[in-house]
Design a protein around this ligand. Structure first.
Ligand code: C2E
Ligand code: CA
Ligand code: CA
Ligand code: CA
Length: 278
């Protein structure tokens, strides 16, 4: 009946309002989270498939919310991106990751490269270069031990992306394309972009043993990367079969739960740094 429909609509409107309120609340909390020290980084090892050595780590941000507990970046990164908070947050992540890497180097561990994710808004921001330069200077990390991960969608505006990437490369920082294969980057300008590495999206890697199409895609991307003289990393490696397949394909590096989940700095140090020199 019309009355029932009215009640349904009311319920729907109410649910939507709640959603909007919840979102607003989360956004408010996010704004304060940086000053309150609620963010921290976890690190996931990147392994060279020929030597078996850990050669790098990806820094991933975590938010410990006082009431909600751990909030996933899948939830708060888009919110931070929309509100612009991603710029100061991204800068904090970059500083923290560089500082941590430098501390590990000074402790005498074998040097590793740290990868940091850039958001679209950060990448477009006119102060990005200054920010990178300042952070490297402040922390004393040599640029060659930093890699920045961008996604294909950020290269959509080719000229602008090219310019920004060229300046980053000039500093001596490495650049990789994250989630490769899921976006729209056209192969015809991939060859021109000043990048160092492709990271094959984990959606392809996940099912290489079950789905021959995925296996074909992974080996094609790997061989293309070799031809373009780019490094290639497989993401989301969860078992030994996948690892062996990738090694056979001469994929350079891999990352995934098979090696380790992303873990806190102290745990990373204990598991992957203290032992490797012995
Ligand atoms: P991403 O950059 O593609 O990061 C990889 C994600 O895959 C991480 O999720 C990681 O925990 C997860 N992962 C790694 N190995 C495996 C595996 O073997 N199996 C499965 N199922 N998952 C695996 P996380 O940490 O939840 O991050 C999600 C996304 O949030 C990231 O995707 C990235 O786009 C974004 N993000 C995280 N930290 C930052 C940051 O500091 N800045 C920016 N801009 N974005 C970030
Ligand atoms: Ca990434
Ligand atoms: Ca990725
Ligand atoms: Ca991603």
């Amino acid at each position: 009946s019309a009355k029932e429909q009215g009640i349904e609509l009311n319920r729907y409107a109410h649910a939507m309002q709640m959603k909007a309120q919840e979102r607003l609340q989360l956004e408010n909390d996010l704004r304060k989270a940086l000053a309150r020290g609620q963010f921290y980084l976890v690190y996931q090892p990147q392994v060279n498939l020929q030597s078996g050595l850990v050669v790098g780590m990806e820094a991933l941000v975590r938010w410990q919310h006082p009431q909600r507990g751990s909030v996933s970046p899948a939830e708060f990164i888009p919110l931070a991106e929309e509100s612009g908070l991603i710029v100061p947050l991204g800068e904090w992540v970059l500083r923290e990751a560089c500082a941590q890497n430098k501390r590990w180097q000074e402790a005498g561990y074998r040097k590793l490269c740290v990868s940091v994710n850039l958001s679209m808004r950060q990448f477009r921001h006119s102060h990005l270069l200054d920010s990178i330069n300042n952070i490297l200077k402040e922390t004393g990390l040599e640029p060659a031990w930093l890699e920045l991960e961008i996604t294909e969608s950020m290269t959509f505006d080719k000229d602008r992306a090219f310019e920004q990437l060229r300046k980053i490369k000039e500093i001596g920082v490495h650049i990789s394309i994250d989630d490769f294969g899921t976006g729209y980057s056209s192969l015809h300008y991939l060859k021109d972009l000043p990048i160092d590495r492709l990271k094959i999206d984990r959606s392809f890697v996940n099912e290489i043993m079950e789905d021959s199409n995925n296996a074909a895609i992974v080996s094609t991307i790997t061989s293309m990367a070799h031809h373009l003289q780019l490094k290639v990393t497989a993401e989301g490696v969860e078992n030994e079969d996948q690892m062996l397949f990738l090694r056979n394909q001469h994929c350079h590096e891999a990352q995934g739960y098979f090696f380790s989940k992303p873990i806190e700095a102290a745990v990373f140090e204990k598991k992957f740094l203290r032992d490797i020199d012995t």
